[in-house]
Design a protein. Structure first.
Length: 734
């Protein structure tokens, strides 16, 4: 009886869902039939605090949305004007950049991805939505799910990294966290998958730059996280700044119409990025705002952020017969659909009672947990964890005590005074045993207080050296040509190393950096990203052994900027370099190309730290990899199992990663691709049997004809602690 009952319940739920959607569509059509062309165009306009004649414009239906609309009182005032004084009473939707937390700031998205824990990331987004919704915010311009393979690009800080599978998992987690069980829940906010599409492949790592991506590469790599967001029910998308294969993404019919609407069936709305529509003039794709309005509306941009091409030109284009009014009607329907789903017509004002959600103790405790799991241990020459009985501890570097930099990029509502810095956390723990000396005013400073630094170091048992990059040089429009420590930080590290005291280098940064030489001068390295409000206590906990680090890199760390772009899932070449590296000039000539391989003369091809890398205080052993079958049909699955053992006397987490390679394809395939991972907690000396399932989805890719296929042939499989290590097996798809 259980199965028929379950089917009946599912049928009833589906029926109610369809009826509810049909009811919304009826309301949309009814409202649309009452709207003038000016009111329709008004729904397409997103204003901001600097817009002209805001109050009058709201009353006259000139705005459908606002970003950065001020405090909650201002939002309520604007909403009252829209609901009570405009002709049709259509509510406004208020958007805000709630990227990695609201008032409680979590690690930057790249750091969150280093947790490899989607449940944690989902809960962080849920808390951010709760805090933001209390302040009258309905919509966040997140998640940013651009694949980022070039650390020179400042916005890699906002990305979950370089791998399409890991980014897709995080995209789903963030969307579900922001939007909750229902968009109409008072604690939920609408998510926005951005930037659609290809923005992370900006040429040269220069922000806003050209992207050239073949269609099958676009589908196999860059679109996958956006499809995952769609499948998770994301409410909105944002078109990007870049041009994609010669067509700016705010006028790109292929991505916005063919893929997003026709293939994926998306029925929410698309918003442009800030001014990206009129920037099509700068791109040389549009001649004027009139051209911009026509191109964007016909491509499928429903809402214009900040600029006013629609407001200024669309009505004239429709009246002159140059744009079909159905393009406008469709855009308005898409926007109203999201407003109905948010419940704004029934509950346009925030409804909260009791204690504020902002900075609740449980939110702060969870922010510390996320920061714990984001920290990546890159080196440890048996100095960590530190003993709590140390007599004196030197804390060196300006980033040890900068709440602003700790919060990181795109944390507009986080406050530096809320951030508990490492110095604060260490002083709370050790009182006057902490000897602090910044040494430099900022991470970019060029004057070192040598005497003060040496004095602090010489009187201490151990040195905690905080280096990296400030928030101000990571994020949007913060591209860097070099990835070294800015300012005189290298000299600061060299100065400290002269003391021969045990030195732990803690790096706070918004991107991978290059520090090979500096790494040789210290005994341990902890990469902390920009870890958010509770980053300081989390760092202290890890340094002193309260928590074993478990973070793994979501992006490859190059040895030098000359290797960039660098990513683990690259294709092979016809002349691959040998695994062993020798810094020699090839012996051959073009006529006799001995040793002419794809290699650098002056640095190995290998990275400084591979994708998926991260050390632990525990030692894990992988053993006994087995497959349920070594030959399968395309529709069949393979069960993969292995033993993982914690060989130490401490509890610790390990992230077990599964990679495959399709050896031969109709288009060349990557040398390795992440297909699954599991994060497991191990008790001391515990052994666990870990299992994975490889299915058709794991084996499929878009071929030269851009068709999703599984091709027969030989496959490699690796299971290990990172992309460069692991147990190996083989199987065949018949």
């Amino acid at each position: 009886m259980k199965t028929p009952t379950r089917i009946l319940v599912l049928f009833c739920l589906l029926t109610l869902l369809v009826q509810g959607q049909n009811n919304i569509e009826e309301k949309i059509e009814n409202l649309l039939s009452q709207m003038t062309i000016d009111e329709k165009i008004g729904q397409l306009q997103q204003g901001f605090n600097g817009s002209d004649n805001i109050e009058n414009g709201i009353v006259n239906g000139k705005f459908g949305s606002f970003l950065n609309a001020g405090d909650i009182e201002t939002k309520i005032e604007y909403q009252k004007l829209a609901v009570n004084e405009s002709r049709l009473g259509i509510p406004l939707i208020f958007g805000r950049d709630v990227i990695h937390g609201y008032r409680t700031v979590f690690p930057i998205p790249l750091g969150q991805s280093a947790t490899w824990n989607p449940d944690l990331v989902k809960k962080a987004a849920e808390i951010a939505a709760y805090e933001a919704s209390e302040q009258g915010i309905h919509w966040t311009f997140a998640p940013m799910i651009d694949i980022a393979r070039d650390p020179r690009w400042g916005r890699i800080a906002e990305s979950p990294g370089e791998d399409p599978y890991l980014v897709s998992v995080m995209a789903k987690a963030m969307v579900e966290g922001f939007q909750g069980e229902s968009l109409s829940n008072k604690n939920s906010i609408a998510a926005c998958a951005k930037h659609f599409a290809g923005y992370g492949a900006a040429e040269g790592g220069r922000d806003y730059n050209t992207t050239l991506i073949p269609e099958n590469e676009l589908r196999n790599i860059y679109l996958r996280p956006f499809k995952a967001a769609k499948d998770a029910g994301v409410a909105t998308y944002m078109s990007a700044f870049n041009d994609l294969n010669g067509v700016p993404t705010s006028g790109n019919k292929f991505t916005l119409k063919q893929v997003l609407r026709n293939e994926w069936g998306f029925d929410g709305f698309v918003v442009s990025d800030w001014g990206s529509m009129v920037e099509m003039i700068n791109h040389g794709y549009c001649e004027s705002e009139t051209d911009v309005a026509k191109v964007a509306i016909e491509a499928g941009v429903d809402m214009e952020m900040v600029s006013q091409a629609y407001a200024n030109e669309l009505k004239k284009l429709i009246e002159e017969g140059l744009v079909d009014i159905e393009y406008l009607n469709t855009a308005v329907k898409n926007i109203l659909r999201v407003k109905f789903r948010l419940g704004l017509f029934d509950n346009p004002f925030p409804e909260y009672e009791g204690e504020s959600a902002l900075l609740k103790s449980e939110n702060l405790e969870f922010a510390k947990k996320v920061a714990h799991e984001s920290l990546v241990l890159l080196k440890n020459d048996n100095v960590l964890p530190l003993s709590n009985t140390l007599n004196k501890i030197a804390v060196i570097g300006p980033l040890a005590n900068s709440g602003r930099d700790q919060n990181g990029t795109w944390a507009p509502d986080g406050k530096s005074e809320d951030a508990v810095t490492p110095l604060t956390a260490l002083r709370e723990r050790f009182n006057d045993r902490i000897v602090y000396e910044a040494g430099l005013k900022t991470s970019r400073s060029t004057d070192i207080d040598n005497d003060a630094v040496l004095k602090a170091v010489q009187q201490s048992d151990v040195v905690l050296l905080f280096v990296g990059e400030e928030e101000i040089i990571a994020g949007e429009a913060k591209s860097r040509a070099f990835l070294n420590f800015p300012g005189k930080q290298k000299e600061l590290i060299e100065l400290v190393s002269q003391s021969n005291k045990p030195t732990i280098m803690i790096i706070l940064a918004g991107r991978p950096l290059t520090f090979s030489a500096e790494a040789e001068l210290v005994d341990a390295i902890l990469f902390a990203w920009h870890p958010g409000t509770m980053g300081g206590p989390a760092i202290a906990d890890v340094l002193f052994g309260d928590y074993s680090p478990s973070g793994k890199l979501p992006v490859t760390f190059p040895r030098t900027v000359g290797q960039v772009p660098y990513y683990y899932n690259h294709r092979n070449t016809g002349r691959p370099a040998p695994i062993t590296y020798e810094a020699d000039i090839p012996l051959g000539t073009p006529l006799n190309p001995k040793d002419f391989v794809s290699n650098y003369l002056d640095v190995p091809n290998s990275p400084e730290y591979p994708f998926g890398f991260g050390l632990s205080y525990a030692e894990f052993e992988y053993d006994d990899l087995s497959l349920s079958s070594t030959k399968i049909a395309p529709e069949e699955n393979i069960l993969v199992s292995l033993e993982v053992t914690n060989k130490s006397d401490i509890q610790a987490d390990e992230i077990i990663q599964l990679y495959i390679r399709d050896r031969v394809g109709s288009i060349t395939r990557p040398v390795k691709e992440l297909k699954d991972f599991k994060k497991e907690t191990f008790s001391p000396n515990e052994t666990k049997i870990i299992t994975f399932t490889i299915d058709k989805e794991d084996l499929s890719f878009y071929n030269y004809e851009n068709k999703l296929v599984v091709e027969p042939g030989k496959f490699d499989i690796w299971v290990g602690p990172n992309s460069a290590e692991g147990l190996h097996a083989e199987f065949i798809v018949k």
